[in-house]
Design a binder for this molecule. Structure first.
Ligand code: PMP
Length: 468
């Protein structure tokens, strides 16, 4: 059967019958009770489905299509590499041109004390690698007890066994026997929700650091190997850190010889208006996780960027024990590396960093101007081209809506009807935005206007239903 002859309904029927979707209510999907858009094409910041319904993709796929859709340079690089050499592994010291050039480009782009890049295919596998490397590191240094990893409640680091455990969202734990024993969670640095009355941002940051220190002391510092955090907390609600947070956290980690893993899967490659979120907040990570924006999702690729402190010990370990027993078949996949290399080229040629510094503040101002003070808006927050609106039953008293009302999910559905894709974040009633970084001012206006109309409509319908 020719694919082009298939209509939307036939494709939906196949989808419901055969596809096992991530993060989906499976039984409802099989019954045809979930939205089942079949996406068909895209250009710039727009994506459309088989019905021709076009949406402004305010979430850039899953915060990953940073250079936008239809980027000819990346597509060309992939085609050319596929003809020349689609795949050569990088085990046991073998290399390829795209992998060598890409690793160099990443190390240089991050700067600081970074030394090597280990490649994977997803943010989850990169973090899995990072945890193994933390364990190896402490073993080599004769500190085999230093195995626990601390992350934050509402942090997101993947959905594997260890990485799903690090993710501090119950949705990713419930019914999977997670989190694993080696993981501990500490305070979410969300000033609006967590601060006590009258507490300044600085004081709140200090309290977060004190709570981390108390946890480390309760566990025993000799058992804690690493702390992992996103510079701006992402999937847990797009929450920029309060003033002074990372400085205070870094001091605690230094005091107890605990490694810092900066999970830059969302923040990396210009999204915050700095090359990396770590740069924006003055973090000094030992290991950095990158994915998503590394290739703008044209092909899957991730990286663990390893700093001097860890790298020197890994090298030392192999002098003692021989080759490091870790790798995936597709580590440093040739085609994926070519895509990423072209993506970083485009990012530099288009001077995306300057662009984000220009339109990012405009976006944040516009969101605040149109939404702050609305009767159901608790907080409008963001940095660079990352933004969120949190809906609350009582914004002043900080009382959220009851979870069963699914206010965030409803609002995201209304927003879609208004032509814009935003994401109902999987915690509280927060709508998140992370469009392609190439977004222009007039496209930002479209998102902001649609969001303001959506919040109004949501408010009116909750009133009409007697919820408010
Ligand atoms: N870390 C962060 C900060 C992420 O946002 C994500 C994905 N949303 C991951 C890790 C996991 O990446 P992946 O889904 O590619 O495994």
């Amino acid at each position: 059967m020719s694919l082009s002859n298939l209509g939307t309904e036939q494709l939906q029927e196949k989808d419901r019958s055969y596809v096992f979707h991530p993060s989906t209510y499976l039984a409802k999907h099989s019954r045809g009770e979930t939205p089942n858009r079949i996406m068909a094409g895209a250009e710039g910041v727009y994506i459309w489905d088989t019905e021709g319904r076009k949406s402004l993709d305010g979430f850039g796929g899953l915060y990953c299509v940073n250079m936008g859709y239809g980027c000819a340079e990346i597509a060309e690089a992939i085609a050319q590499q596929a003809r020349e050499l689609p795949f050569a592994h990088v085990y046991a010291g073998q290399g390829t041109k795209p992998v060598a050039l890409l690793a160099e480009a990443i190390v240089e782009y991050f700067g600081q004390n970074m030394r090597r890049v280990f490649f994977g295919l997803s943010g989850s596998d990169a973090n899995e690698t990072n945890i193994k490397l933390v364990w190896y590191y402490h073993n080599i240094l004769g500190l085999p007890q230093k195995k626990k990893i601390i992350s934050r409640l509402r942090g997101y680091h993947g959905s594997g066994l260890v990485t799903g455990s690090l993710t501090g969202l119950p949705f990713f734990h419930d019914h999977f026997d997670l989190p694993l024993e080696i993981v501990r969670h500490t305070t979410t640095p969300h000033y609006y929700r967590q601060a006590q009355d009258g507490e300044s941002e600085e004081a709140f940051s200090k309290r977060c650091a004190d709570e981390l220190e108390a946890l480390i002391l309760a566990e025993g510092p000799e058992t804690v190997g690493a702390f992992i955090g996103e510079p701006v907390l992402g999937t847990g609600g797009i929450i920029p850190p309060p003033q002074g947070y990372w400085t205070a956290i870094q001091a605690v980690l230094d005091k107890y010889n605990i490694l810092l893993i900066a999970d830059e899967v969302v923040c990396g490659f210009d999204r915050t208006g700095e090359k990396f979120g770590s740069h924006l907040y003055g973090m000094r990570p030992d290991i950095v996780t990158v994915a998503k924006g590394l290739s703008s999702a044209y092909l899957p690729i991730s990286g663990s960027i390893i700093g001097e402190r860890v790298w020197s010990v890994l090298e030392q370990g192999t002098e003692k024990h021989g080759a490091l027993g870790h790798g995936w078949t597709y580590s440093g996949h040739t085609l994926c590396a070519a895509a990423a290399l072209a993506n970083l080229d485009v990012l530099k040629k288009k001077n995306i960093l300057e662009h984000v510094r220009d339109v990012g503040p405009y976006w944040q101002e516009q969101m605040k101007a149109k939404l702050d003070g609305h009767p159901i808006v608790g907080e409008v927050r963001g940095v660079g081209i990352l933004s969120a609106v949190e809906l609350m039953r009582d914004p002043k008293q900080r009382i959220p809506f009851e979870p069963n009302l699914q206010v965030g999910v409803r609002a995201a559905a209304t927003l879609l009807e208004n032509g814009v894709i935003g994401r109902a974040m999987p915690h509280a009633d927060t709508i998140g935005f992370a469009p392609p970084l190439i977004i222009k001012r007039n496209e930002i206006d479209i998102i902001v206007d649609a969001t303001a109309r959506t919040v109004d409509a949501t408010y009116r319908s909750l009133k009409a239903e007697g919820v408010l």
